[in-house]
Design a protein. Structure first.
Length: 158
């Protein structure tokens, strides 16, 4: 069963950025915000509409760490594993969430696309260690129990 990709959101994004190839980073950011990742279909379409090679667009998308070529969940949870967080036991938080969500180092998004769980090198909030973010909102002084409470709250919101 084949599903057709809906390009109408992409057309609006391109229009907002005046179809300028110099706005490629902003276009990719808005595209990712809309789809929660960069679907493979967008590369050919953007190439045609912006007059840029697919390779150039792909190189921009893969250069910046914030872009994802894989679908992400509604809630993106990032666990800091920088020095301060690691020393203050961020790994037990990560392990608890992975176990509960049935995720692993290689499988980072739940099957229902509700949660994506990632580790990051530093969130820049060392004084709050161990820290995590949920959709870029910082939560500090975390424990596995506090993380689970947040997770249950998010599941209720779903």
């Amino acid at each position: 069963m084949s599903t057709r990709f809906d390009y109408s959101n992409l057309d609006n994004i391109l229009k907002n950025h005046e179809f300028k190839s110099s706005n490629i980073i902003a276009i990719l950011q808005d595209t990712q915000e809309c789809y929660r990742y960069l679907p493979k279909e967008v590369f050919s379409y953007l190439s045609e509409k912006l007059g840029m090679s697919r390779a150039k667009i792909y190189s921009v998308a893969t250069f910046y760490e914030n872009f994802s070529l894989q679908p992400k969940g509604k809630f993106i949870i990032k666990i800091c594993d920088g020095t301060a967080c690691h020393v203050r036991k961020s790994i037990p938080i990560l392990e608890k969430l992975r176990k509960h969500l049935e995720l692993s180092e290689t499988k980072t998004t739940t099957d229902d696309f509700t949660f994506t769980l990632e580790t990051v090198s530093c969130l820049g909030v060392c004084g709050l260690a161990p820290a995590m973010t949920i959709n870029d909102k910082v939560h500090g002084a975390m424990t596995p129990e506090k993380a689970m409470e947040l997770l249950y709250t998010l599941k209720e919101e779903k």
